[in-house]
Design a protein around this ligand. Structure first.
Ligand code: MSP
Length: 761
């Protein structure tokens, strides 16, 4: 009977739309799921969204929509993206699903009944963006780099300290296997350092799952369940935990415990300490393994919404998708051997009726998703941090996919087409020796237990073989053999071996490049790769599996070369110079800001001095002023009767309605820091009371970060976000300065304790 394999990604917060950091985890999970499926395991792959908590509540409030509506929109953008990318998740959980909520309440009630939860009063420092209490005095800087908030609450506490010894035993015995080793050590030393009771409810906000009875009536206030307990439970509720339905009970019994929780390195404590402790307390089995990967960095910092340095996966799908070559005109694989069905469309997602309607775009998406999958898995040694850039993506694509695999396939198959009428020739003998020396090493590598996550190592090994196959062809020079009728058998041997190598590489790469390998499989005349994998053909690849006499499918290019200019196109998609045209998300959406002028520092147009900032911003025209470009809007004195050049250019009057369009607010600077390689700029984080955000400001010449932190200033809050130096700047400070731009701009400030976010009218 097939073994079961249950794997999960973290469920993603819905305060931000997906970026390629999220896609990275989902892609890794998809590769692992595909590998298990092709080994015949009964695989269940779960992903979804984490929708409760203060962070989401605040993001929805700032966007001016109810939290449920907000969560619905962002969750749909995650689900839609995974579909575009051909991700093969078997279920998609949302923590606002009623079944999930029921399961979480059951878990809480069980823990309470078993005596592991009690009510206490607690005052502590709370980090909202990480949704956790941290140690330290008021104003302590939280793990997100921002000051914490003092929260005093009567809370339900989970008796975490009772699990210290059992957690250590669990981890040391590898019953709960944590990878990589460095993370395992980190977790062990955290647990050995002593565990405190964990607050697992909140009464200061309402966007969460209510604490159930009988616990609820013990408390003075109404409590919602701590968002991490709520979120972690998704791994069980998605497969039926908490439901009375017999089908759900059976499903849960079959798949729990999870075989693999794949997570980013920043959330291992929640997964490796809290989660197994909750499960042990509830008398449930703990997951078998937790594997943490590193971060995707952009210009050396973690890609994240709060830093505003994200790259959207959609940009890569749209940018790279445009390169997808036209498919062959005839159905691919129609005359294949080995029971192939002749399915014209090789991708699983495209079998879906709905996708067929938009076939071309869907295929472009899958093609581009392959490119991103390959890049991320090849480029980043698993477990470590890695950088992303469009240039690196294009370089890697051209070197490995266009010139490497794609070229090997097209040169080999077109020679079979030309010299053997498109029929795989019969070799004189099966070249076992060659196979042993070249392929077996990689197969051994691949056959390591599947909990080895060395994706880049495996890909590197395959590409090493691919290069040697290329050299073999060059050395044998089949085009020369073809001109000599006495060398017909030698020609057949070379082309057979090359094609058989390609079949191997294609099978091995299928989990990484599902779309491209499906196309190559069909071009080899082997029909549907998915069906071949499902028949178990990839479990034990044997040399000689490509049968002589197989008629190749219609040939088509796989990976056309990408022009370097594509990087610029994708950069522009991230920060277009055009006015807002964001159709994908409603404009109230904070995570999907209306995309407007993105004047970067280096844009020469931005150096033109003038005083149109106010009026041009107002009308949505790009603000061509240095001040506007650098995140500070300075009022200038008018000198001379007829005014200065600046004065002369000023609009005469504006109406009160014009003024009302500008959202001026009081904000406090909570973080100020220099930006590497940008002498004039400071990166500020300002607190608007209802929201914290990042503004880049060109005031580094005049202000040190220390003198700025804590100041209450005036900002234009409804200025469209723009990117500078790869970082998002959302808003502008108000300051008065001399007309020459050379004197110090004096920031408009407030000394009174005016509430943050107050409107300036
Ligand atoms: N909602 C919690 C997880 C709850 S799981 C029970 C959460 N969500 S998150 O959206 O902030 O991040 C989830 C995951 O997204 C990270 O653990 C990581 O897997 C992935 N990534 C988000 N940003 C990333 C990078 N910049 N780089 C790589 N992965 C990143 O935490």
């Amino acid at each position: 009977m097939a073994e079961k394999f249950y794997l999960t990604t973290p469920i993603y917060y819905v305060n931000a739309r997906p970026h390629i950091g999220h896609a990275y985890t989902t892609i890794v999970a998809d590769v692992v799921a595909r590998r298990h499926r092709l080994l015949g395991d009964d695989t269940f792959f779960l992903t979804g969204t984490d929708e409760h908590g203060q962070k989401i509540e605040r993001a929805a409030a700032a966007a001016g929509v109810p939290p449920q509506q907000f969560a619905d929109e962002v969750s749909a953008s995650f689900a839609g993206l995974w579909k575009r990318m051909g991700i093969t998740n078997d279920a998609y959980i949302r923590t606002t699903d009623p079944k999930h909520q029921q399961g979480v309440q059951k878990l809480f009630a069980d823990l309470y009944e078993r005596g592991f939860i009690e009510l206490r009063t607690y005052t502590g420092q709370y980090c909202v963006s990480e949704e956790m209490f941290v140690e330290g005095p008021p104003g302590t800087i939280g793990p997100d780099g921002k000051p914490t908030e003092t929260v005093s609450e009567e809370n339900f506490f989970f008796k975490l300290s009772e699990f210290e010894g059992r957690l250590i035993a669990l981890i040391e015995s590898n019953e709960l296997a944590i990878q990589p080793e460095s993370r395992r050590n980190e977790v062990l030393s955290f647990v050995k350092g002593g565990l405190k009771e964990l607050s697992i409810s909140r009464s200061s906000f309402t966007w969460g799952i209510p604490v159930p009875e009988p616990a609820a009536s013990q408390a003075k206030e109404k409590h919602v369940i701590y968002v991490w307990l709520d979120a972690l439970a998704n791994y069980m509720t998605a497969i039926g935990y908490g439901s009375e339905d017999p089908a759900d009970i059976e499903k849960f019994a079959k798949y729990w415990p999870a075989d693999l929780h794949l997570v980013g390195k920043e959330i291992i404590r929640f997964h490796c300490v809290y989660w197994p402790a909750f499960l042990m307390a509830a008398g449930l089995p703990v997951p078998k393994s937790i594997v943490a990967h590193g971060w995707l960095l952009f210009e050396e910092s973690k890609m994240s919404k709060s830093r505003g340095n994200i790259v959207r996966t959609e940009t890569i799908l749209d940018g790279f998708g445009s390169l997808r070559p036209a498919p062959p005109s005839q159905p691919v694989g129609a005359v294949g051997v080995g029971g192939a069905s002749g399915e014209a469309d090789p991708s699983a997602a495209l079998r879906d009726e709905k996708n067929k309607a938009s076939g071309t775009k869907a295929q472009q998406d899958l093609f581009a998703a392959d490119v991103l999958r390959y890049f991320l898995l090849r480029e980043i040694p698993f477990g470590q941090d890695g950088s992303f850039s469009f240039d690196a993506l294009i370089t890697r694509y051209n070197a490995d996919l266009a010139n490497g695999y794609g070229n090997l396939v097209s040169r080999t198959l077109s020679m079979i087409e030309r010299y053997f009428e498109g029929v795989v020739p019969k070799p004189s003998e099966l070249d076992w020796e060659r196979f042993e020396s070249v392929v077996a090493g990689v197969l051994r590598h691949d056959n390591k237990p599947l909990n080895a996550y060395d994706f880049s190592g495996l890909i590197e090994a395959i590409w090493g073989m691919l290069a040697s196959t290329d050299q073999y062809i060059t050395k044998q020079a089949p085009w020369k053999l073809a001109s000599d009728p006495t060398k017909r058998q030698e020609l057949a041997d070379v082309l057979y071996n090359a094609a058989e190598f390609i079949r191997f590489y294609t099978a091995l790469c299928h989990p990484y490049l599902p779309y491209a390998t499906a196309s190559v499989w069909a071009q080899l005349g082997l029909g549907s790769i998915e069906e071949a994998a499902a028949r178990g053909e990839f479990k034990n690849l044997q040399w000689g599996g490509l049968k002589p006499g197989t008629k190749l499918g219609p040939l088509a290019p796989i990976f056309p070369r990408a022009d370097k200019g594509l990087a610029q196109i994708m950069n522009d998609m991230e920060a277009p110079a055009a006015a807002p045209t964001n159709e994908e998300a409603p404009s109230h959406h904070p995570a999907a800001p209306p995309r407007t002028s993105a004047i970067a520092e280096e844009n020469p147009a931005a150096k033109v001095a003038g005083s149109h900032a106010l009026s041009t911003e107002r009308t949505g025209t790009p603000p061509h002023t240095e001040a506007a470009a650098s995140g500070v809007f300075a009022a200038q004195p008018v000198t001379g009767e007829s005014g200065t050049a600046a004065g002369a250019a000023q609009p005469t009057t504006i109406s009160i309605d014009d003024f009302a369009k500008i959202d001026l607010r009081v904000a406090k600077i909570v973080v100020a820091e220099p930006i590497p390689k940008a002498d004039k700029l400071l990166r500020l984080e300002v607190d608007l009371g209802y929201e914290k955000r990042q503004i880049l400001s060109g005031i580094a010449e005049w202000y040190t970060p220390e003198e700025l932190i804590g100041r209450r200033i005036a900002i234009i809050a409804n200025l469209a976000p723009r990117k500078m130096r790869g970082l998002e700047s959302h808003g502008m400070l108000l300051a008065a300065s001399g007309e020459d731009h050379a004197s110090k701009p004096i920031l408009a400030s407030f000394s009174d304790e005016i509430p943050l976010g107050s409107k300036i009218r």
